[in-house]
Design a protein around this ligand. Structure first.
Ligand SMILES: [Zn+2]
Ligand SMILES: [Zn+2]
Length: 99
């Protein structure tokens, strides 16, 4: 499974505005409340402390948004590999999007 290319860019490669969710993390366009897609909180480890950041994207990356929703979900879902309904739905959506 090639997941890396469709994951988020590494946070240290992003601008301050992208890290704060002001600009799209993928293309750098400035977001408005109407165009922003919330990609969910992401864990970030800084000097041994775990914190979160809240990446957002513009509406031009819907496939990635679905895929990222899956990533975010599986990070926090303990039963995903045992047939979780939400995980199944997201995985199906991701497969559809690849066709
Ligand atoms: Zn974008
Ligand atoms: Zn799950």
């Amino acid at each position: 499974m090639s997941t890396v290319a469709r994951d988020l860019p590494r946070i240290e490669t992003l601008s301050q505005s992208q890290q704060r969710g002001v600009d799209c993390v993928f293309c750098g366009i400035t977001l408005t409340p109407r165009t922003a897609v919330d990609l969910g909180p992401r864990r970030l480890r800084i000097l041994g402390h775990v914190t979160h950041w809240y990446p957002r994207a513009c509406g031009h990356h819907p496939v990635m948004a679905e895929y990222l929703a899956l990533i975010v979900h599986t990070q926090d879902c303990p039963t995903c590999l045992d047939g979780c309904a939400t995980g199944d739905r997201l995985r199906r959506a991701d497969r559809e999007a690849r066709r």
